[in-house]
Design a protein around this ligand. Sequence first.
Ligand code: DX5
Ligand code: ZN
Length: 220
Amino acid sequence: MIQIAPSILTCNFLHLEQDIKAAEQGGIDAIHLDVMDGVFVPNISFGPLVVAAIRKQTKLLLDVHLMIVQPEKYIQQFANAGAGMISIHYEACTHLHRTIQEIKQAGCKVGVALNPATSVSVLENVLSEIDMVVLMSVNPGFGGQAFIPLTIQKIKQLKTLCGQYQKTIDIQIDGGVNATNIASIANAGATIAVVGSAIFNEKNIVENVQQIRNAAELKL
Ligand code: DX5
Ligand code: ZN
């Protein structure tokens, strides 16, 4: 069954604690934290301080998605703040293999994120070193965007590539996921869905999570 990790980017930050508690009540598997620096992506979000504050109020895995340049400079800070998974962008790393090692040395699981235009084949030489691949299904920087349909084909390509390795490599889909597309995303082979605005919109968060969970299990 595909895991659901809500992205807090589209939360109402004035009541972040209650929104996260509501999502947990709905039944989520991790919390996806979108860190943006205004350079790698045209938006600025939050840093280790917010991660540390959230760490204090939940036992769930904190899945930190670094949409920043030079991510190697901040790995220890996010690990100290309580990140359990750190994902960096392939497009932001000059020395990707080294940065992967540094995340592991910091005691975190490691993911590598690919922008929509980046082919899965670029990860061929590091797949055996990582725990997860993040396929961006929107152009990174904002919540509430439309899912890029090309991603379904990319999931299948990545699944075939990962199949060559004995270890389990999670395939996380990030952006534009909702109740209408999560079944085809799961069916294609994704193991984790990041969901932001489809959970944290103005309606009932608990019900939103349950609706998406039920939709994910629909047989196509
Ligand atoms: C976009 C972020 C996504 C986004 C998901 O750069 O990486 O995690 O916040 O939000 P929705 O589900 O609204 O696209
Ligand atoms: Zn994200």
